[in-house]
Design a protein around this ligand. Structure first.
Ligand code: TYD
Length: 215
């Protein structure tokens, strides 16, 4: 695998947050958005699945459908959400010069569908590359967390588990291993952080890396 897109190949900056369920991605996205907007940057904060109206319909199927969804259908649904989201929201924002902060992107598909569902990581990555016209993030923050710790956080939340969260521990272990393998293969794109650290400490580490990218 080659290293990621050169920052600046589009006018804006594309930052994604990845990690298992319960790793604290949304908290970090909110903190980063605040820091950037306070500094006068225009920010679009978004997520997958469900960053568009079409995406919200797809999100409902992949996360809340009560019966079976074939693994390949699940991979295609995430890819369809991504294709539409990139064309409708992400590329226009990057072309305007905005910073896009996004909760989950193609690495989630590679980890969850490629490794978790064992569909094959290379194939799932190719599917997302086709769906997005080869758009890779400038920076991907991986919040790494032991799945059993994550499970404790989700239990404490007291919300019903969605289809993916309800998967067994071995599934989540494969997802975590794949995220770490992806980060090791593209060290220039990834920033790996220990998600058990305090949110403010994590945020400071993210800010340092983003500052370097913004020059
Ligand atoms: P997320 O929005 O992070 O969940 P929540 O709103 O509960 O925090 O992600 C929803 C789920 O979808 C999560 O379990 C990971 C999964 N997912 C995939 O399996 N493949 C993908 O490509 C994406 C983007 C998410």
């Amino acid at each position: 695998m080659t290293d990621a897109a050169v920052p600046g190949s589009h006018a804006g900056l594309f930052i994604t947050l990845e990690g298992g369920d319960g790793a604290g991605k949304t908290t970090q996205a909110v903190l980063l958005e605040k820091w950037l907007t306070d500094a006068g940057r225009r920010v679009v904060r978004t997520r997958e699945p469900g960053g568009t109206e079409v995406g919200r319909l797809i999100r409902d199927i992949v996360l809340h459908h009560r019966g079976e969804v074939a693994a390949r259908a699940e991979a295609l649904l995430y890819a369809a959400d991504r294709a539409h989201h990139v064309e409708a929201v992400v590329r226009p924002a990057l072309e305007r010069g905005d910073v896009v902060i996004q909760d989950r992107y193609l690495d989630s598909s590679v980890a969850y569908q490629g490794a978790g569902r064992v569909l094959g990581t290379d194939e799932v990555r190719r599917l997302s590359m086709w769906a997005t016209g080869d758009l890779l993030p400038d920076l991907t923050v991986l919040l790494d967390l032991d799945p059993s710790v994550a499970r404790g956080r989700l239990d404490a939340d007291d919300k019903p588990f969605d289809r993916l969260e309800a998967e067994r521990e071995s599934f989540h272990a494969r997802v975590r291993e794949e995220f770490l393998a992806l980060a090791a293969a593209e060290p220039g794109r990834f920033l790996v952080l220990d998600a058990t650290r305090r949110p403010e400490e994590l945020s400071a580490a993210v800010q340092q890396r983003v500052s370097a990218l913004l020059g």
